[in-house]
Design a protein around this ligand. Structure first.
Ligand code: PHE
Length: 452
């Protein structure tokens, strides 16, 4: 983050562009490129897509506004924020859900980010052979089973640690300001390439044509979880980032920009992946391994494929780093501001916890794959619990809190910068925060446990 200290000892983003870029940097990551296609694949494509987009706009944008208002208005971490606004009640307990979610996510996220490092280096040294589906699959299995992924998970966590502790966040922000648009352009180029694939029509139909009969409780819950995960919502991450925003940041605009850019990247990724899935005869239901089995085929069709592949995985690795930095910030600010630890101690402890979780998740594809609860490995369990349970609950609390418990005036002042500009949709926003968001989340929960 391009943070600079102000008089209140609390840092703020140096520029408005930096603030928006870092917020988008948190949102855009493996959630868009890896998780979205695999979730869409297992949940029937078009049916999932329509629910996901509906949730981004109906629940995601209002909640982004809510987290931004609370964060910037109180300039605190999630615990401090809830406590400052309602000292009389234990609302700050939502912070524990946020911390739990951030640790669970960091654990499995680092494993997937570790795969990107492995793929990046293998492409660089010309070791990836994806001449046919069997070899491609075999290579992926080789890379992800055994102890090897543990090393890459730790390498990734180490990079995350260095950024967090070394104060080189400025560098990462500057780099990502250039690299993220480049990533977008690269993705768009691969997207154009998809048009030339034999499975283009089938892939695009799968992704965009909703078959409403496929909308089931698990599709709804999956799409809700994906919307929260992709927008980094429900765990106080956006709240923490907003606490570093300047007063002149127009929160409503920032919320819409973040949601639109984030879902565009996910859709682009879908257009890159699904035509290839159908062209190369891979099952769209392959799950978490889908993208890593498909992407190398796409690259191998390009002249200089290894170079493209190296660049792509390098950019994906950087996009993952800007996301893990933001999720680590939740527990670090908690330890620093609530427990009065030094930043160094807080970073060491959070990273160590992430490393233990990362170890369990990294081994889920190999030595620990027989250890399952309800048929889920540690990796699957951490992903499911955080995205589908913790984040929506955190979001529901935030929405009820903003809609019902804090002063309307406070929300209005934040959104309009104390009346300096207009925010015409305030009543609509409050209506969504009071009724639509909590009710929708609640009903989806009831539906998924079979009550309705
Ligand atoms: N939104 C990030 C992504 O899509 C993941 C993330 C989740 C980051 C929660 C921070 C907090 O990759």
């Amino acid at each position: 983050m391009g943070l600079s200290a102000d008089n209140n000892e609390r840092a703020i983003f140096a520029t408005k562009f930096g603030a928006v870029a870092t917020t988008v940097g948190s949102a855009v990551g493996l959630g868009n490129i890896w998780r979205f296609p695999y979730e869409a694949g297992i949940h029937g494509g078009g049916a999932f897509m329509i629910c996901y987009l509906a949730f981004v706009f109906m629940i995601g944008i209002p909640l982004l506004c809510a987290e931004f208002c609370i964060g910037r208005g109180t300039r605190s971490n999630i615990f401090g924020a809830y406590r400052k606004l309602r000292p009389d009640r234990n609302w700050h307990f939502a912070g524990y859900i946020g911390i739990l979610a951030s640790i669970l996510i960091l654990s499995f996220y680092s494993v997937v980010a570790g795969w990107t490092i492995e793929y990046c280096l293998s492409s660089l040294f010309g070791q990836l052979d994806f001449s046919d589906t069997q070899t491609g699959h075999g290579q992926f299995v080789n890379l992800t089973t055994g102890w090897r992924p543990v090393i890459w998970t730790f390498v990734f966590l180490m990079c995350n640690f260095i950024i967090l502790i070394g104060g080189v966040t400025k560098g990462i922000e500057r780099a990502s300001n250039i690299l993220m648009p480049l990533f977008f352009i690269l993705l768009a180029a691969f997207c154009i390439n998809s048009f030339t694939l034999p499975g283009f029509k089938e892939g695009v139909t799968f992704l965009f044509k909703p078959d409403f009969s496929k909308i089931s409780p698990s599709v709804l819950l999956g799409a809700l979880g994906q919307a929260f995960f992709s927008l980094s919502l429900g765990l106080g991450c956006m709240m923490t980032y907003a606490s570093y925003f300047n007063k002149d940041n127009r929160l409503g605009k920032t919320a819409v920009t973040t949601a639109v850019l984030d879902s565009s990247v996910a859709i682009l990724a879908g257009i890159v992946i699904f035509p290839a899935v159908f062209s190369f005869g891979i099952s769209p239901e392959a799950g978490p391994t889908l993208v890593f089995e498909v992407l190398p085929y796409i690259f191998s069709r390009f002249p200089g494929g290894a170079a493209w592949s190296t660049l792509f995985f390098l950019l994906l690795f950087l996009a993952s780093l800007t996301s893990t930095v933001s999720m680590s910030e939740i527990s670090i600010t908690y330890f620093c501001e609530e427990k009065r630890w030094s930043r160094k101690k807080a970073t060491v402890v959070s990273s160590a916890i992430g490393a233990v979780g990362g170890l369990l998740c990294a081994l889920s594809f190999g030595p620990l794959n027989h250890l399952t609860i309800y048929g889920m490995t540690f990796f699957d369990m951490f992903d499911y619990l955080s995205s589908n349970i913790c984040l929506p609950i955190g979001g529901m609390i935030c929405s009820i809190f903003t809609g019902w418990l804090i002063n309307k005036r406070f929300v209005k002042d934040e959104l309009t910068d104390n009346g300096k500009h207009r925010f015409r949709l305030l009543s609509l926003l409050l209506f969504f925060l009071r009724w639509i968001c909590p009710a929708a989340i609640f009903l989806i929960f009831l539906n998924s446990i079979g009550i309705i």
